[in-house]
Design a protein around this ligand. Structure first.
Ligand code: ZN
Length: 248
């Protein structure tokens, strides 16, 4: 009898393992989900394949996340295809929903974390962004975590208004990332405008992306943020976040 139970349990485990191994790479499912041709806003049904545990902030909770919940990155060599305004992303890497140095922010639903299908970039973009926020946190231990917004869709391509207003003209080939300026009140959410941002911390974040090799960093024209001409470029609709673009 005991043997039968063991066999049954082992069989169950094998089936579970098979199920896990058989699970498709999330991006593939996501991409199928968002490739519906109807121009309706992205809904819950499309997000279903990308369901993730909620972000945890161990500083606010007594229960630390168990190891199995720690976000892991599936690194692979990515390819940015075409241009930021007309391109695609091959073998992209998904930025985890949050970490000790950053939270992600959904610019459409205005909540954290950002939905998974909005968090794909090249391995270089994800690595560079994580390094910048890590170094920023080390240099400013009292600063709030940095908010990271949209990167690209799992396979890049159109990221326009059908994915939430106002939509992105670029963010198509995994080389673009939005980061919210740190707030003066240290709250971990997107600032509403320039009067809510910490100017020196925000400038430092801009400088770090320039040093990290960004081709362009778009900043809000009302923020007083600056940098090398032609690299740090004022652009409307960037008064609450910077947009860093790596060279292709
Ligand atoms: Zn952007």
């Amino acid at each position: 009898m005991r043997l039968v139970v063991i066999v049954l349990v082992a069989g169950g485990l094998a089936a579970a393992a098979g199920g896990m191994l058989g699970t498709q790479e999330p991006g593939a499912a996501e991409e199928r989900g968002v490739s519906v041709t109807t121009p309706t806003p992205v809904g819950d049904a499309r997000e279903a394949p990308d369901r993730e545990p909620p972000a945890r902030d161990s500083r606010d909770r007594s229960t630390a996340a168990p190891d199995s919940d720690k976000p892991r990155i599936e690194w692979r060599s990515s390819q940015a295809v075409g241009l930021p305004h007309a391109g695609n992303l091959e073998r992209g890497v998904k930025l985890p929903f949050g970490g000790v140095n950053y939270f992600t922010w959904d610019p459409i639903q205005k909540e954290s974390p950002n939905r998974g299908w909005r968090r794909w970039g090249t391995d270089r973009l994800v690595r560079t962004t994580l390094r910048v926020v890590r170094d920023f946190a080390a240099a400013h231990p009292r600063a709030p975590r940095i908010g990271i917004g949209d990167l690209s869709r799992p396979r890049g391509g159109d990221f326009g208004p059908r994915y939430g207003l106002p939509g992105h003209a670029s963010h198509q080939n995994g080389l673009d990332v939005d980061l919210y300026y740190p707030r003066l009140d240290r709250r971990e959410r997107a600032p509403l405008g320039p009067d809510q941002i910490d100017p020196s911390l925000s400038q430092d974040l801009v400088d770090r992306f320039v040093r990290a090799g960004a081709e362009t960093v778009f900043v809000g024209p009302n923020t007083d943020l600056g940098g090398p001409p032609g690299v740090v470029v004022p652009l409307v609709n960037h008064d609450n976040h910077l947009h860093a673009r790596l060279p292709g």
